[in-house]
Design a protein around this ligand. Structure first.
Ligand code: OAD
Length: 265
């Protein structure tokens, strides 16, 4: 892993000490150190399928069992992962009452888990911070008929002999689907609107672990910059956002983020 440059780290930390509000935009790279595979890196395959082949409304319409089998596998794999030092540092920052919102493209639930850990830590007794899950959550389901959403953390058996999960709402019984945004689907309008409102008023957008190629999420950093705010990037690779960043730190999230986040006053 690339080592962060000390001067870059100091510059980024200085910006974050003064900046309020802050919007943190995260992608699969923040969870890489927790063992969750990224989309476009190695390990992004299940059997012979790429995510782009299974995470679509068409794939679910053609073969819901295959898609559920993949999600059952992902839920189990991700369910065994723990938030890493980057998730925990961001959660502790929010729990200290800092004006920091998190918008994540990840569906792994690790920011939420980190927030629950921070809330249980008596050194960090603030209110829960804003967390926008732009692409939904692996641990929520939605009914394809009545649209009802709910948390669902228990294992799902999608093997050939099992019945696929069905809606429990009275008189419905519709097929359930994962409450995630699939390729070709729009993001929840209220959620993305809120994210853009936060990005436009942010003094700094801290972008961690995203290839910044999927829009509209990647445009949030442009929105901060367009409104006069600074962009700080943490990513071992260059991305389309790198040229626009005030500081771009070429290293891993779990190493760098805890060193950037301002400590308790
Ligand atoms: P990608 O897999 O496209 O990119 C992951 C990024 O994380 C890459 O730029 C890596 O260089 C970087 N990275 C890898 N290890 C890292 C580490 N330890 N610390 C920090 N960064 C690291 O994932 P996303 O950008 O999240 O959307 O992908 C965006 C969206 O594309 C996903 O939410 C998904 C997919 O299509 C939907 O499913 C709707």
């Amino acid at each position: 892993m690339t080592r962060a440059d000390d001067a870059d780290l100091a510059r980024a930390a200085a910006i974050l000490r003064e900046a309020a509000p802050v919007l943190v935009l995260t992608g699969a790279g923040i969870s890489a150190d927790s063992g969750v595979p990224t989309f476009r890196g190695d390990g992004g395959l299940w059997r012979e399928f790429r995510a782009e082949e299974l995470a679509t409304p068409g794939a679910f319409a053609r073969d819901p069992r295959l898609v559920w089998e993949w999600y059952a596998w992902r839920r189990e794999a991700v369910g065994a992962c723990e938030p890493n030092a980057a998730h925990l540092a961001l959660a502790a920052w929010q729990a200290r009452g800092a004006d920091v919102a998190i918008a994540t493209q990840n569906v792994d639930g690790l920011h939420g888990l980190a927030a629950r850990r921070a809330a249980g830590d008596r050194t960090a007794p603030g209110a829960p911070g804003t967390l926008l899950e732009l692409h939904g959550s692996l641990f929520r389901v939605r009914c394809t008929v009545c649209g009802r959403r709910r948390e669902h953390r228990d294992a799902i058996d999608a093997s050939a002999t099992a019945a696929l999960p069905r809606c429990g709402a009275r008189g419905c019984g519709g097929l359930l689907r994962p409450d995630v945004v699939w390729f070709g689907e729009a993001l929840d309008p209220g959620t993305i609107e809120r994210a853009f409102a936060l990005s436009a008023r942010a003094a700094c957008c801290l972008v961690v672990g995203t290839s910044a190629v999927v829009h509209p999420a990647a445009s949030l950093a442009d929105s901060t910059r367009g409104a006069g705010g600074a962009v700080i990037e943490v990513n071992p690779e260059r991305t389309p956002l790198t040229p626009a960043a005030a500081v771009s730190i070429r290293a891993g999230a779990a190493d760098v983020v805890p060193r950037l986040v301002p400590g308790p006053a």
